[in-house]
Design a protein. Sequence first.
Length: 199
Amino acid sequence: MKKVFLTLFVAAFALVGCFNNNAAATDGEATEATTTEVKGGDIAYVRAEYVLAESDIYKSEGVALQEKTTKAQNAWAQREKNLQYEATQLQEKYQKGLMTTADFQQKGQALEKRIANFQNNTQKEAQTLEEESFVFNNRMNDLLMRAIKEINADKKYKLVVNATALLDADESLDISADVLAKVNELYVTEKSEKAESKE
C-alpha cells in the first residue's frame, strides 16, 4: 500500500517547476534565439518519493490511512469468504436432500440480500477510502509545492525537477533534505492553525 501512495504522489508531482531559460538576441533585421549557459546553481532536483516517505505528514496521517485501508480490505475479503462458504453449504444441504425446496429458496433469497448489502456497503467504504487517499495526496502535493516555492523564493533555481525523471545528476543539485525540512515545518504550521480554529 505504501507503494500505491508513493506512486500516486510521484504521478501528481511529475515536474515541479520550470522557468524560461532562453534569451532572445537581435542582430540587425535577423532575430535568433540563444540559450543562456546553465550554471550549477540554476538547476536543482527533488527526490519526491524520499520526501513523501520521510515526511511527518506521511508518517502520521499517511501510515494511519494505509493501515485503515489494509484493515478494511482484509475485512471485506473475510466477509466475502464467509458469504461464499454459506452459499456453498446451503447448496450442499439442498443437494443432499437435507432441506425442502421452499426452505432452500427462502434461505437463498435471504443470502442474496445479504450479499447485495455487503457489496453496496463495500463499494461505499471503498469510495470513502479512495476519496480520503485523493485528499491526502493533494495535501501532500500542496505542502511540497509550497515548500519548493519558499525555498526558491529568491529565484536561485531556474529549474527544479523531480528526481524520477533524471538519468544522472550531481548530488550537489539535490535539495530534497531542504524540501523535507520545509514540508515538515509547513505541516506543523498547518496542524497548529487547525487546532486553533477548533478552539
